[in-house]
Write a protein that binds this ligand. Structure first.
Ligand SMILES: Cc1cc2nc3c(=O)[nH]c(=O)nc-3n(C[C@H](O)[C@H](O)[C@H](O)COP(=O)(O)OP(=O)(O)OC[C@H]3O[C@@H](n4cnc5c(N)ncnc54)[C@H](O)[C@@H]3O)c2cc1C
Length: 424
């Protein structure tokens, strides 16, 4: 296997394979190496549907060897170090690879261990997470067998992939319990590090109505710090305790709180809430090998790759591009965003190869398909300006059946058959 490539792609996930396929469609004689240690490739957007009991988890996974674009070289290694001044990367094995141009897209890191007690209890004690292939089926087991009680859904305060996923599963669970006739026995809590339910006003209105219809108690600005599976408690810090939470905590054996201080010596309430079912989304950040590299944005707390948010070219190394979940651009981290980012990276990278200026621009497009009940979905599309960018000639803020079919049937097919092949 050669150790020099014209284009070296780090990460053979959604972004890496889309870009490699599209590059080869434009210029079939490029020599492209893709470094990725994983034998498996996952279609993660369907994990919400797995957790809701309507999608076979085995249909979300394929062998990487079957999806890697032909005419590329798959290097089955784990990158551990970037040396952009020498156009070189180093792998865990010690192997080094050099390149003319680099595309960085190894996704995001799930920081499970930042929530105390979580790794020990995940997948049992009625605690699950759709953020894992392994545990998404257990989410459905919990929802299906739930007989009522306190159900908690969490959302961290860091940026995450698919910002909608922490609450999508909550709406589906509520709808399932409504159909089963037990919703009035369910006390549902959404503990979120964000300050709003959704960043785009038009779509947020629909979700606010839904939250009130399902009688969900929402706690914003709350940071989940620990989970105790055996005692069935979730611990979080918050500046304020609203009336809902106050009432809950004062009811018999439901939980408690104590006053503590944060690092700036501001008063915080440390709440311990009892639950019967808990769906957790972990804090997320750039993979550590990016955080510790010269490619990171030094200003970015989570250590993402520093790119120009429109051209996706690295701000300091002109032969380096990055896209997908690992970048510092203030867009929503989704596969939908990658569909618009990939052609921009391809066009700009080829321009740099031809010694031309980069002109293609990514405007921050992203989409979040939010199921509001079984059979209905709101397709939220927007850009950097947080204004709706609706593709279809209907009011997409109104949940409907056609968008549900798009999410459950059409998009999975498009992913495997078109997006990874660079034709959509
Ligand atoms: C529950 C859930 C629901 C979602 N719902 C939606 C949705 O409805 N719509 C939507 O558009 N998006 C959704 N997403 C987000 C979407 O899946 C991601 O945004 C997308 O997969 C990101 O692609 P990526 O290529 O950046 O990263 P990934 O697809 O995660 O790929 C990263 C690749 O890099 C490799 N890698 C990691 N470290 C290294 C290393 N050191 N060296 C080499 N290779 C490495 C990995 O093995 C992996 O193959 C959802 C995600 C989740 C978890």
């Amino acid at each position: 296997m050669p150790n020099h490539y014209q284009i070296l792609v780090i990460g053979g996930g959604n972004a890496g394979l889309s870009v490699a396929s599209q590059l080869l469609r434009k210029k079939s004689n490029l020599t492209i190496g893709i470094i990725d240690p994983s034998e498996k490739h996952y279609y993660q957007p369907a994990w919400t549907l797995v957790g809701a009991g309507i999608f076979d988890v085995n249909k979300t996974i394929r062998n990487e060897k079957d999806v890697i674009p032909k005419n590329t070289t798959w290097i089955k290694e784990t990158v551990s170090e970037f040396m952009p001044a020498e156009n070189k990367v180093k792998c865990l094995t010690g192997d080094e690879f050099t390149y003319d141009y680099l595309v960085v897209c190894p996704g995001i890191q799930l920081d499970w261990s930042k929530i105390k007690g979580l790794t020990e209890t995940l997948g049992k004690n009625n605690i699950s997470s759709n953020y894992s292939f392994q545990y998404a089926p257990y989410t459905w087991e919990m929802i299906e067998n739930f007989k009522g009680g306190t159900a908690v859904f969490t959302n961290p305060s860091t940026p995450i992939k698919c910002g909608g996923a922490p609450h999508k599963i909550m709406y589906l669970a509520c709808d399932y319990w409504r159909k089963k006739g037990i919703l009035d026995k369910c006390d549902v809590h959404y503990i979120s590090g964000a300050s709003v339910i959704f960043g785009v006003k038009e779509y947020a209105e629909t979700l606010k109505e839904l939250i009130s219809r399902y009688n969900i108690h929402v706690h914003y600005g709350a940071n989940v710090t620990a989970v105790d599976g055996e005692n069935k408690t979730v611990e979080f810090e918050t500046k304020e305790i609203d009336e809902n939470l106050n009432q809950k905590l004062s009811s018999e054996n439901a939980g408690s709180f104590e006053i503590t201080k944060d690092s700036a010596q501001e008063e915080l309430k440390k709440v311990t809430l009892k639950f019967d079912l808990c769906h957790v989304v972990p804090p997320q950040s750039a993979p550590d090998f990016i955080k510790n590299s010269p490619l990171r944005d030094p200003q970015n707390v989570q250590g993402y790759v520093e790119v120009d948010k429109n051209t996706l070219q690295h701000s300091r190394f002109s032969n380096v591009f990055a896209l997908g979940d690992c970048i510092n651009a203030p867009c929503s981290k989704t596969g939908a965003a990658i569909r618009k980012q990939a052609p921009v990276v391809v066009e700009n990278l080829l321009a740099v190869m031809d010694k031309k200026t980069v002109t293609a621009q990514y405007e921050g497009y992203s989409a979040c398909p939010i199921p509001t009940q079984y059979g209905k979905l709101m397709l939220a599309e927007f850009d950097y300006t947080n204004t709706p960018k609706m593709t279809f000639p209907i009011n997409q803020a109104k949940p409907n059946w056609a968008m549900w079919i798009l999410k459950t049937k059409i998009l999975p097919w498009l992913y495997w058959n078109k997006i990874l092949k660079g034709t959509a």
